[in-house]
Design a protein around this ligand. Structure first.
Ligand SMILES: Cc1cc2nc3c(=O)[nH]c(=O)nc-3n(C[C@H](O)[C@H](O)[C@H](O)COP(=O)(O)OP(=O)(O)OC[C@H]3O[C@@H](n4cnc5c(N)ncnc54)[C@H](O)[C@@H]3O)c2cc1C
Length: 387
């Protein structure tokens, strides 16, 4: 089946809404960028968006035909990439897992909370199989006891809890199974660690927590363990890639504008030998951009047919994230080469986009790891045979 690239009227309207929010955010994003992460204002309170309808809420409420909820969400994310977090995440990672995979009693008990995701640890980042957080069942109280530390957790300081990845006691074969637990911040033994300062995306809260003999009821244990996390990754990784390529689209447009001011206007019809270095570089970066964007949209098109976060999307989704991350890194670097000193001047947002863009190829799995996963899948290797 061919991918249909035409947009509906509602797609166009929703994308315009996302663009308008981004344009409004740009008026204050430099100021927000200078505020340390720990002090950024609450999303909903920001004057730029207070009282307006969130584009993602409008997407949910849309009655007219759209290309599909996942395709349109991704299109909106690309054109409306954040300048700062204008809204709380429409569906935090952990809350999504509970509401999607929890049983009715779990949805009733935990579905209302803003829950983030706790996977990464000091010695288990790119490789979650190295997870050391432990979960032990106490039959006497029908509770689970959790111990461990999680780091680099998005929005932990703005959440009410987390879905935590932990390993249980060894089974008969000696393997320690993965489990997911809902842990609320107020639980005894749960302690937040200080927020982390970082290179870019200063609006993005990042912190961690430790769990010392944290007891949760058996209701807090979700079925399917790591499979839940994988499903969310399958949905989200192309969206993260779309955020990155959206950011570098802005950088490309800015670079075009700056080159035009110096009298360099890209002529796409010119032969390769007739082009200047700058023209050739821009055209090549745009070709890479198109390739990454096509791969991202293909996964979303597949997701519309297979269902949200379908497990069959794992490899395609990893390809989209790896391609998007690579395009974001190479294009942001390439634009800086063409811009020279103006690229690093705080007079423009280009230097901020450059800093913000780097994260795309780290979170939700670094490119190096996705390339390994893809190669294993395509070549039929197991983990341990190709590492
Ligand atoms: C802004 C931000 C938000 C995040 N949000 C969350 C969150 O909400 N929840 C959460 O659990 N985590 C989150 N993370 C953590 C993120 O998922 C990890 O940073 C990522 O998985 C990489 O882990 P690491 O940083 O520990 O790198 P490491 O595992 O220490 O790896 C370091 C580098 O080595 C490379 N590398 C590792 N192994 C190999 C190999 N075998 N071959 C080749 N290269 C290799 C990696 O690609 C990486 O570049 C976030 C991180 C950031 C920066």
């Amino acid at each position: 089946m061919m991918v249909d690239f035409s947009l509906t009227e509602a797609d166009v309207r929703l994308m315009d809404m996302a663009r308008a929010e981004r344009a409004a955010a740009r008026t204050v994003s430099r100021e927000i960028d200078r505020i340390p992460e720990s002090e950024t204002m609450a999303n909903e309170d920001h004057a730029v968006v207070a009282g307006t309808v969130s584009p993602h809420a409008a997407l949910k409420a849309e009655k007219e035909p759209i290309s599909g909820p996942y395709i349109t969400e991704c299109l909106m994310t690309m054109v409306g990439h954040h300048e700062f977090t204008t809204r709380p995440a429409p569906e935090p990672f952990g809350s999504w897992i509970v509401n999607e995979f929890g049983d009715p009693a779990q949805v009733e008990a935990y579905g209302k909370y803003r829950l983030v995701i706790g996977i990464s640890e000091p010695s288990a980042g790119a490789d979650p199989s190295a997870t050391t957080t432990s979960a032990r069942y106490d039959a006497e109280t029908d509770e689970w006891i959790l111990n461990g530390e999680k780091i680099f957790i998005s929005n932990i300081n703005r959440s009410e809890g987390a879905v935590v990845l932990a390993k249980g006691e060894p089974d008969a074969s000696g393997k320690r199974p993965f489990f997911n637990f809902v842990v609320l911040n107020e639980t005894r033994g749960f302690k937040l660690t200080p927020p982390m300062r970082k290179l870019g995306i200063h609006y993005h809260d990042l912190g961690g927590f430790v769990m010392e003999d944290v007891r949760v009821p058996s209701l807090a244990k979700l079925e399917r363990g790591f499979v839940n996390v994988q499903a969310r990754f399958n949905h989200n990784r192309p969206v993260i890639a779309a955020l990155g390529v959206g950011m570098v689209r802005s950088l490309l447009d800015f670079t075009h504008g700056k080159l035009a001011e110096s009298g360099i206007k890209v002529d796409y019809a010119k032969g390769r030998l007739a082009r200047s270095y700058a023209e050739d570089k821009l055209i090549r970066m745009e070709a890479l951009w198109e390739a990454a964007w096509s791969v991202i949209m293909r996964v979303k098109w597949l997701e519309e047919q297979l269902g949200k976060g379908a497990l069959e999307l794992q490899t395609e989704s990893a390809i989209a994230k790896a391609m998007g991350g690579k395009a974001t890194r190479q294009i942001s670097q390439g634009c800086m080469e063409l811009l020279g000193a103006e690229g690093i001047s705080e007079e423009y947002l280009a230097e901020k986009w450059f800093r913000d863009a780097r994260i795309t190829d780290i979170y939700e799995g670094p490119g190096e790891i996705h390339r390994l996963t893809i190669a294993r899948k395509l070549l039929g290797y197991k983990k341990g045979e190709l590492d």
